[in-house]
Design a protein. Structure first.
Length: 94
């Protein structure tokens, strides 16, 4: 957060950028691979979520749904790929 900005002001700046469409995607996963030991749950996964889209992730138990959300929140580090939020790179492992 920029010096002197409250969290409300920072959030409003992000919303303003989104509204003006300066940000091409709200969330972007690029070539994400997630493993637990030798078990790969997500391999080479890419996805972009744009302004106005609503997304649901469905699949069987153990397929990586929660792992993708945990990686987005910074609670899990993928072994490969990049994650962007509001156009900003928040995670990278090449």
């Amino acid at each position: 957060m920029a010096a002197g900005l409250s969290s409300k002001d920072a959030a409003l700046r992000v919303l303003h950028k989104i509204h003006r469409e300066e940000i091409p995607h709200l969330v972007k996963y690029e070539n994400i691979t997630i493993r637990y030991g030798a078990h790969t749950v997500v391999e080479d996964f890419s996805l972009e979520i744009h302004k106005g889209e609503i997304l649901g992730i469905v699949g069987p138990s153990g397929c990586g749904k929660t792992s993708l959300v945990r990686a987005l929140g910074g609670f899990l580090n993928p072994v490969q790929g990049e994650i962007y939020i509001n156009g900003d790179l928040v995670y990278s492992k090449q």
